[in-house]
Design a protein around this ligand. Structure first.
Ligand code: ATP
Ligand code: MG
Length: 171
């Protein structure tokens, strides 16, 4: 059971193919989920244009801030493997007095790679996934220190598939 404050900024954390978007779809409303792909598409007409990431995250943070200001749970569907990416989310949450929560999807690199092979929208090489996996291992130790108030780590496809979200009342 994953305890999430009913008002939180939830950062999904996981390598490409770990199942973040799938997890987001099954547990949250479409409008609660801000995905980096979607925002790249908005600013650059191409969800995969990595050169548009800075602008895309700028807009994503802005929308997240508006949602949190209105008291709405917000989920960020991005890899969130880099400390600076997560710092941006912690900052937005703090600016709105909202708790940042991390949900880590930790799957074997080989499984993520296998899934990636079947996706026309993911064309990176294996070494990119290996780097992401290394970044994930590093991230696991530092999430709490970075300001995430809760860090839920789901290990393996079975744990991810059977996870349930339980909302905690704030008052
Ligand atoms: P990215 O960071 O590239 O956006 P992601 O973490 O969002 O990746 P998903 O798009 O959710 O990953 O999943 C990657 C692929 O794996 C998809 O084709 C999806 O259908 C499949 N997949 C996700 N979860 C499962 C699962 N539990 N069982 C089987 N296939 C899955
Ligand atoms: Mg995704």
């Amino acid at each position: 059971m994953i305890d999430v404050p009913e008002l939180a900024l939830v950062a999904l954390v996981g390598i490409s193919g770990s199942g973040k978007s799938t997890f987001a779809r099954s547990h949250f409303l479409p409008t609660q989920v801000l995905s980096s792909d979607y925002f790249r598409g908005l600013v650059a007409d191409d969800e995969n244009d990595q050169a548009a990431s800075a602008e895309a995250f700028d807009v994503l943070h802005y929308v997240a801030g508006k949602r949190l200001a209105a008291g709405r749970l917000t989920v960020v569907d991005a890899t969130n493997l880099q400390p600076h990416a997560r710092a941006g989310l912690v900052k937005v949450a703090r600016e709105h007095d909202v708790l940042p929560v991390a949900i880590v999807l930790d799957v074997p690199e080989a499984l993520a790679w296998e899934r990636t092979q079947g996706r026309p929208d993911r064309t990176f090489g294996r070494q990119v996934l290996t780097r992401m996996h290394r970044d994930l291992r590093r991230s696991l130790g530092s999430l709490a220190r970075e300001g995430f108030r809760k860090v839920h780590v789901l290990r393996g496809a079975d744990e991810i598939a059977s996870a349930e979200i339980r909302y905690e009342k704030l008052f």
